[in-house]
Design a protein around this ligand. Structure first.
Ligand SMILES: *[C@@H]1O[C@H](CO)[C@@H](O)[C@H](O)[C@H]1NC(C)=O
Ligand SMILES: *[C@@H]1O[C@H](CO)[C@@H](O)[C@H](O)[C@H]1NC(C)=O
Ligand SMILES: *[C@@H]1O[C@H](CO)[C@@H](O)[C@H](O)[C@H]1NC(C)=O
Ligand SMILES: *[C@@H]1O[C@H](CO)[C@@H](O)[C@H](O)[C@H]1NC(C)=O
Ligand SMILES: *[C@@H]1O[C@H](CO)[C@@H](O)[C@H](O)[C@H]1NC(C)=O
Ligand SMILES: *[C@@H]1O[C@H](CO)[C@@H](O)[C@H](O)[C@H]1NC(C)=O
Ligand SMILES: *[C@@H]1O[C@H](CO)[C@@H](O)[C@H](O)[C@H]1NC(C)=O
Ligand SMILES: *[C@@H]1O[C@H](CO)[C@@H](O)[C@H](O)[C@H]1NC(C)=O
Ligand SMILES: *[C@@H]1O[C@H](CO)[C@@H](O)[C@H](O)[C@H]1NC(C)=O
Ligand SMILES: *[C@@H]1O[C@H](CO)[C@@H](O)[C@H](O)[C@H]1NC(C)=O
Ligand SMILES: *[C@@H]1O[C@H](CO)[C@@H](O)[C@H](O)[C@H]1NC(C)=O
Ligand SMILES: *[C@@H]1O[C@H](CO)[C@@H](O)[C@H](O)[C@H]1NC(C)=O
Length: 635
């Protein structure tokens, strides 16, 4: 398709090279008139805005997954006794001779000295503290050893010693096997995150002997009340984005540092105590309590379409292709049968046993992750073809996604209908320079941007936060995608979430730690939320008085609404006059702040502001402050 065929028409010229506004610098703001056509235009993707999730920065374990105790099954190889401490005069050790299950290969032994008279036991300090709020907690543990009597569970201030919750349950434990005990109790609010969970028992009954405990769990209220569910508070913030899809489970984290430490679907299903966990790609063990089914419950509860990534032969420590890949292709087919098979199928039956009768609805499968990088390029076409053929033969309706957009790393030709996934982390100006990236792409090759986000430096691992200029550059890029959403089917901001105490990659869309009121949506969160919940189904032609830059826009509509999205990527105010015939009122939603301003932990200063607007003649004048992002939603 030629350079001039699509967007570079009289209506709109993507000018990202020069900022014309600089020329017109006088005291009064520049005026931009946008005439929105009420007819014509192209259908846009019904998905468009979603999110990418992988386990990193404790986004899952100790994050959106509800379980609050760290190292609860001694999984992986890197944590040792992290998060455990004795309560009272006892010795605690990891005991590999008393595994809780085949998967959880050890337990915690508590040795109680002779003559003990007190309640003694152990503490778990969580993920740098346990969030303790005025709410109901569910807790469980496995136990082995001779003990009949009370076990006391508490939520306690680590330094203050203040008890926020205390609950006794009566257990009858024997030396013959591990038995699970469960409790549900209420807590009062702790003023800070410096809390721990205690399990104690009557030491006088065990003096001179020991008891074993394993696979401990503590859940606050969960999203949709699911067992082994998501943290309600963190999930609710995500729900408010109105994202249409979730891309999971990675990302680097599906790949594995070695072939054998890849994300394995079949070790993330069934009772959590039967999941071995693994050393992840992001420097800590994964519990996999947030497993395949949990991802799908998450999608279903939030009404998001699952975009399932499958392992495609590439790990950081080795790549399998050709006949070496065959068993893994079979494994993918088993995974799909697990997800979609009926009760007659071997794997479908297992899903039903694991609590999900109805097949999951899998419409999109991504083959691998970033196979243009880390040595994957040469073999990807062959690996892709093997996997594509197997899936496409059995499930012709599934849309397949290739993990990159580099021609030299893709089969030739790319099978029809396959979506190419591009990933971009960029500095602000670089994002803006890519505003017209999709304008001249062939219209018959669907694309997705499966990861993108503005990073302010070229440093791979810094701790920094979304700030207005960066977020505004994301908005410009998103406007570019939305204008081209006949071919850009999906765009997923990434990464989603970080625990402030465990940051390997920043910024993320939102963050938190164990303290009350710590949940911090970034400026990018508010942008995502604004754009995703104000999405039309048709992209409308717009006649403008100026070229793009520093002001960028896209207009869309549904049956009942018009949406004009605006981003002012510049340091001067812009006066925007939007004309939409035969309309008279609506809402202005705006995120504005100074160039380097952002939301920092405990200081959410910037958020979307809503203003009603009324205009009898269908002309709306919007003052766009420097670096502001807005949606004008008109009825
Ligand atoms: C913008 O429009 C206003 C009102 O019509 C006018 O006063 C002002 O001069 C215009 N600004 C520029 C830079 O043209
Ligand atoms: C326990 O108490 C008994 C009787 O008072 C005493 O003989 C014994 O030395 C004590 N054991 C320990 C380890 O202190
Ligand atoms: C939360 O606190 C209120 C009193 O402020 C109390 O009535 C309520 O029961 C508490 N909720 C829980 C779950 O403990
Ligand atoms: C739990 O049992 C201990 C020991 O009998 C008792 O001192 C404590 O008051 C009980 N706690 C609660 C919350 O019932
Ligand atoms: C505890 O369990 C054992 C074996 O199951 C049983 O013999 C015993 O009576 C039980 N004790 C209590 C107090 O329930
Ligand atoms: C815990 O709190 C909930 C909600 O406030 C309340 O309905 C329930 O009765 C409380 N349970 C106990 C054991 O206090
Ligand atoms: C919490 O425990 C109670 C009592 O055992 C149970 O009814 C409830 O389903 C549990 N909630 C979750 C979310 O697991
Ligand atoms: C998972 O699948 C692999 C490959 O099919 C198999 O070798 C392994 O035993 C399975 N693991 C479990 C826990 O089912
Ligand atoms: C966004 O999601 C919320 C639920 O969180 C729902 O109430 C609302 O209608 C949705 N808004 C749009 C525009 O889809
Ligand atoms: C619709 O698509 C055509 C063909 O790609 C393009 O020329 C036109 O500008 C698009 N119109 C809108 C409003 O997006
Ligand atoms: C950009 O990142 C650097 C660290 O690399 C940090 O010092 C600086 O404050 C950041 N700027 C903004 C606006 O976030
Ligand atoms: C509103 O738009 C109409 C044409 O759509 C134009 O005639 C009129 O002058 C405009 N009014 C204002 C206040 O800009």
């Amino acid at each position: 398709m030629s350079m001039h065929s699509r967007w570079k028409s009289a209506i709109c010229i993507a000018s990202t090279l020069n900022f014309i506004y600089a020329v017109a610098k006088d005291s009064s703001p520049a005026n931009v008139t946008l005439d929105v056509a009420t007819d014509g235009g192209n259908k846009s993707s019904s998905l468009l805005y979603g999110i990418m999730f992988e386990e990193m920065d404790h986004s899952g374990d100790g994050g959106i997954h509800g379980q609050l105790l760290q190292n609860n099954g001694f999984q992986g190889s890197s944590l040792g006794m992290t998060s455990y401490a004795p309560v009272g005069d006892v010795d605690i050790t990891r005991d590999t001779s008393e595994p809780v299950s085949e998967a959880i290969k050890s337990s915690l032994r508590v040795d109680v000295p002779e003559n003990t008279t007190e309640y003694v036991g152990f503490a778990n300090t969580g993920y740098k503290g346990v969030p303790v709020t005025n709410s109901t907690y569910n807790s469980s543990f496995w136990m082995k050893g001779d003990y009949t009597g009370k076990v006391n569970l508490q939520l306690v201030g680590s330094k203050s010693g203040k008890v926020y919750a205390s609950h006794n349950l009566t257990v009858n434990s024997t030396t013959s096997q591990f038995v699970q005990f469960k409790a549900s109790f209420n807590s009062t609010q702790s003023p800070d995150g410096d809390n721990e969970w205690h399990l104690t028992f009557d030491g006088s009954k065990v003096a001179g002997d020991s008891l074993n405990f394993g696979y401990i769990e503590l859940f606050p209220p969960t999203y949709h009340d699911r067992e082994n569910g998501l943290r309600d508070d963190l999930a609710t913030v995500l729900e408010k984005t109105n994202f249409t899809f979730l891309r999971f489970p990675g990302g680097n984290n599906i790949e594995g540092l070695q072939v054998d430490s890849r994300w394995k679907w079949n070790t993330t299903i069934g009772p959590p105590v039967d999941r071995p966990g693994r050393e992840s790609d992001w420097f800590y063990p994964n519990t996999d309590a947030l497993g395949l089914d949990e991802y799908l419950w998450w999608c279903e509860d939030m009404q998001m379409t699952p975009i399932l990534a499958v392992w495609a032969g590439k790990s950081y420590g080795g790549i399998l292709s050709g006949s070496d890949l065959k068993p893994y292709v079979e494994d993918i087919m088993n995974e799909l049968e697990y997800l979609m098979g009926d009760s007659e199928s071997k794997w479908g039956k297992m899903r039903i046993e694991n609590g999900r009768k109805k097949p999951w609805n899998i419409e999109y499968v991504e083959i691998g992750n970033e196979d243009d990088l880390t040595g994957g390029c040469d073999t990807y076409p062959e690996r892709f073809n093997q996997i594509y053929k197997a899936i496409h033969k059995k499930y012709p309706d599934i849309t397949i996604i290739a993990s990159n957009g580099d021609k030299s790393c893709l089969p030739s030709p790319v099978p029809k209908g396959v979506i190419l996934d591009l990933h971009l982390y960029r500095k602000p100006d670089d994002f803006v320079a890519l505003f017209d990236e999709f304008d001249n792409k062939p219209r018959d090759q669907p694309l997705m941007v499966g990861e993108y986000g503005c990073r302010n430096t070229t440093h791979e691992r810094g701790v920094y936060w979304s700030f207005m200029q960066g977020t505004c550059s994301e908005a410009v890029y998103m406007i570019g995608m939305e204008r081209n959403s006949d071919i850009v089917k999906m765009a997923a901001y990434a990464p989603m979430l970080e625990h402030f105490g465990y940051v390997a990659w920043s910024p993320t869309m939102y963050g938190f730690n164990s303290s009350p009121e710590s949940i911090t949506p970034s400026t990018s969160y508010f942008l995502q939320q604004m754009f995703a919940s104000n999405k039309g189904d048709t992209v409308l032609p717009v006649k403008s008085s100026t070229e793009f830059g520093p002001l960028y826009w896209v207009a869309t509509k549904t049956d009942s609404q018009y949406y004009v999205k605006l981003a002012n990527y510049g340091e001067d105010e812009q006066n925007v006059i939007i004309k939409i015939p035969k309309t008279k009122s609506g809402t202005l939603k705006m995120l504005a702040g100074s160039q380097y301003e952002g939301n920092l932990p405990y200081s959410v200063n910037l958020e979307t502001k809503y203003t009603d607007i009324v205009q009898v003649e269908g002309n709306y004048t919007i003052k766009m402050p420097p670096w502001a992002i807005a949606v004008v939603a008109i009825e």
